[in-house]
Design a protein around this ligand. Structure first.
Ligand SMILES: NC(=O)c1ccc[n+]([C@@H]2O[C@H](COP(=O)([O-])OP(=O)(O)OC[C@H]3O[C@@H](n4cnc5c(N)ncnc54)[C@H](OP(=O)(O)O)[C@@H]3O)[C@@H](O)[C@H]2O)c1
Length: 218
């Protein structure tokens, strides 16, 4: 297994890379800023320059990978095309390249509430809407996928158990980025994660269950 991580220098992406390194899984980080990446990651992480909006920069970098984990996302800005470009077209480009390269498993991080058109987050240039279009494109691609929809992302880790649920069943809550990364990487080892949408948050009073049980119950 060799994993390409798109959005590797992002808040969640960097934890995904770290979780892969911790499990000694070969990892290639797709980055836009090599200097930042060099300071973030240990030397065993292969760094490749690329932009999801420029498919020509993706073809060669994906060639020797078997898995793609995508944690890209548009940053809040005045550019109303940001989410359309990054969250939809960018992911669509990755799906197309993954398909033509024979990627065995595509893990996509999106968000809770992508199906709620009138959600306030859609005031940010329809970001949830475009994420859902990207999910649909991946689902219809024929690739094996896991779509991970986290609640509000937190930088501080906690010891609260993870709650995992099926599509369009969780509408609030938060989760540390480290735990999202853990679930993305764990999905590669859980047969029950295949071709599923999983919604995840953390709750202090939730029962602690194994990763295997989390995926099996969805
Ligand atoms: N914030 C929340 O509470 C929340 C809640 C639920 C879901 N989410 C979603 O979860 C995902 C991860 O969130 P996050 O906060 O960890 O993300 P983040 O820190 O904003 O990182 C986003 C990553 O996407 C990369 N990126 C953007 N445009 C790109 C392009 N054209 N080509 C290649 N890479 C590109 C960025 O690259 P650079 O590092 O080069 O800028 C960055 O690495 C996002 O999809 C986000 O929308 C967020």
């Amino acid at each position: 297994m060799k994993v390409l991580v798109a959005g590797a220098t992002g808040g969640t992406g960097r934890w995904i890379v770290q979780a892969l390194v911790d499990r000694q899984i070969p990892v290639k980080a797709l980055v836009r800023n090599l200097d930042l990446a060099k300071n973030l990651f240990p030397p065993e992480v292969e760094l490749v320059l690329g932009d999801v909006l420029k498919p020509e920069t993706l073809k060669n970098v994906i060639a020797d990978c078997t898995v793609l984990i995508c944690a890209t996302g548009a940053k809040p800005s005045l550019d109303f095309t940001g989410p359309l470009q990054v969250d939809y077209f960018g992911t669509k480009n990755l799906v197309d390249i993954a398909k033509s390269s024979g990627i065995e498993h595509f893990v996509l991080v999106t968000s809770l509430c992508v199906s709620q058109f009138f959600h306030p987050l859609n005031l940010f240039w329809l970001i949830l809407f475009w994420k859902q279009q990207a999910e649909n494109y991946l689902k219809e691609s024929g690739l094996t996928y896991t779509i991970v929809r986290p609640g509000g992302l937190k930088n501080e880790d906690n010891t609260y158990p993870i709650v995992m649920s099926s599509a369009d069943t969780l509408f609030e809550g938060s989760i540390p980025r480290q735990k999202v990364a853990h679930i993305c990487v764990e999905s590669l080892f859980q047969a029950a994660s295949r071709n599923k949408i999983v919604e995840i948050v953390c709750k202090a009073d939730a029962p602690a269950v194994s990763d295997e049980q989390l995926f099996a119950q969805v």
